[in-house]
Design a protein. Structure first.
Length: 414
C-alpha cells in the first residue's frame, strides 16, 4: 500500500478510518488500537500509514474497509485495490504514471488535486460521522424498544395490582357485611337476654312480695298472740288488785353486803379504773360501744391502722366472751377498707362510718337508738362524744379504762 498513488492512498486511508470506527473492540487490530481512539478525520490525517499497513497486512480488516468503500460508493480503482482484482497492479501503475505526470503539471493543478483530496477526506469523514450517527440512532432505537418493553411490563403489573385491590375491596365489603350481621345478631341476643333478665327481676319481685306478705301475716299472728297475753296479764292484775312493785327485798342490805368489785363498789372508783368498767359490763344486757381509733391511737398508735384494728378486735372478742356483754366497735371511714378481709370475733359487731360521716356521729346514733333504761357504756376519750352520749342516757368511760382492762385480761388476775 505504500506504493499507491497519493490520491488512492488518501481515499483508502479515509475509508479505513471510517471502517475502524465501526469495528467492535475485539476486532480492532493491535497496531490500530491507538489510532482507534481518534476521530475519523484525525485518524485519516495522523494515522494514515498505520491504517494502510493494516489494510495490507490484515485480510479481515481489508474486508471491513472494502465494505465501507462499497457503502460509500468508492471509485473502481479503490475497490480494485481493496479486492485485489485481476490487473489491479497495472491499473495502479497507470495511476502512478498519471500521478507523476500530474506532478509535472502546473502549480494550479497541484492545488486542485490537493483540494480535491481534502474534499474527499472531508466527505469520507462526514460519511463516517453519518455512519456513527446511524449507529447511535440504532442504539437509541434499541433503548427505546427496551423502555417500551419496560412500560408494557409495568402496565401489566399495574393491571394485576388494580385487580388485587379490587379483590381486597370486595373481601373487605364481605367482611363488613358479615360483621354487621354478627353485630345485629349480638344485639338481638342481648335484647333477648335483657328480656329474660327483666322477666327474672319481675319473678324475683313477686317472690319477695310473697315473702313479705307471708312474714307480715306471721308478724300479725304473733302480735295478736302477744297482745292477748298482755291483755290477760293486765286483766289478772286488775282482778287481783296488785300494786306496782317498788324495789327488791335485798335492796335494803345492798349497801352493807355488796360484793367487792361489784357495781356498788365501782361507784367509788375513778373513771379510768378498769374495775369500774368491768363492773359496768357485769350488769345484764349491757351494750358496750367503742370509739375504735380513739382507743387504738391512745394505746398502740405506732402500729398501722390494720394492725391497730386487728389488736383491738382480738381484745374485745375475749372481753365479750368473758362478760357476755353486747360489744360494738365503730371506726372512721370504710373507704379503702374491706370489711370482709377483717372478720370480727364472735360477739363483736364491727362498723365503719359512711362517706361524710364520723364514728362519733355513729356512736351517738347508736345510743339514741337504744331503748330507754337499757345500760349502755360508751368508751371514748373525746369530750364531745362523752357529753353527747351522757345526755342521751349512756355512761361514758375514757379509752384508758378499756386499754387497762384488756391488758389485765391478757396478763390474768393479779
Amino acid at each position: 500500500m505504500t506504493s499507491l498513488p497519493e490520491p488512492v492512498r488518501g481515499r483508502v486511508a479515509a475509508l479505513a478510518a471510517v471502517a475502524l470506527g465501526a469495528l467492535p473492540a475485539e476486532e480492532v487490530p493491535a497496531a490500530l488500537r491507538r489510532v482507534a481512539r481518534f476521530t475519523p478525520a484525525k485518524r485519516a490525517r495522523l494515522g494514515a500509514a498505520d491504517l494502510l499497513a493494516a489494510v495490507d497486512a490484515d485480510p479481515l480488516f481489508r474486508v471491513r474497509v472494502l465494505e465501507a468503500a462499497r457503502a460509500a460508493d468508492a471509485d473502481e480503482l479503490v475497490l480494485a485495490c481493496l479486492e485485489r482484482a485481476e490487473g489491479w497492479q497495472e491499473r495502479l501503475q497507470q495511476v502512478a504514471q498519471a500521478h507523476a505526470q500530474a506532478r509535472s503539471a502546473t502549480q494550479h493543478d497541484d492545488t486542485v488535486a490537493r483540494l480535491t483530496a481534502q474534499l474527499e477526506a472531508q466527505r469520507a469523514a462526514h460519511r463516517a460521522e453519518l455512519a456513527q450517527a446511524r449507529a447511535d440512532a440504532e442504539q437509541v432505537k434499541e433503548e427505546l424498544t427496551a423502555v417500551r418493553r419496560k412500560v408494557r411490563e409495568l402496565g401489566s403489573r399495574l393491571g394485576r395490582a388494580e385487580q388485587a385491590q379490587a379483590d381486597a375491596e370486595a373481601a373487605l365489603a364481605r367482611a363488613q357485611a358479615e360483621r354487621d350481621a354478627a353485630v345485629a345478631e349480638s344485639a338481638a341476643q342481648a335484647r333477648l337476654v335483657q328480656d329474660r333478665v327483666a322477666e327474672a327481676d319481675r319473678a324475683l319481685a313477686e317472690a319477695r312480695q310473697a315473702v313479705r306478705e307471708g312474714a307480715k301475716g306471721d308478724h300479725l299472728r304473733l302480735r295478736l298472740l302477744l297482745d292477748t297475753l298482755l291483755g290477760a296479764a293486765q286483766g289478772l292484775r286488775r282482778e287481783l288488785a296488785l300494786p306496782p312493785a317498788e324495789g327488791r327485798p335485798a335492796d335494803a342490805l345492798a349497801g352493807d353486803y355488796a360484793a367487792p368489785g361489784g357495781p356498788a363498789a365501782a361507784r367509788g372508783r375513778g373513771l379510768d379504773d378498769p374495775v369500774r368498767l368491768d363492773a359496768l359490763l357485769a350488769v345484764p344486757m349491757t351494750h358496750l360501744l367503742v370509739d375504735g381509733y380513739n382507743v387504738t391511737k391512745g394505746g398502740y398508735g405506732g402500729l398501722t391502722l390494720q394492725a391497730q384494728r386487728t389488736r383491738l378486735l382480738a381484745g374485745l372478742g375475749g372481753l365479750a366472751a368473758r362478760t357476755g356483754a353486747e360489744v360494738t366497735v365503730v371506726f372512721d371511714g370504710a373507704e379503702g377498707v374491706l370489711s370482709s378481709a377483717l372478720p370480727a370475733p364472735r360477739g363483736v359487731r364491727l362498723l365503719f362510718s359512711r362517706r361524710g360521716e364520723t364514728a362519733d356521729e355513729v356512736l351517738r346514733r347508736l345510743v339514741r337508738h337504744e331503748p330507754s333504761g337499757r345500760p349502755v357504756v360508751v368508751v371514748s376519750s373525746d369530750r364531745e362524744v362523752a357529753d353527747g352520749v351522757v345526755e342521751a342516757g349512756a355512761t361514758a368511760v375514757p379509752s384508758v379504762a378499756l386499754l387497762r382492762l384488756l391488758e389485765r385480761s391478757v396478763a390474768g388476775p393479779s
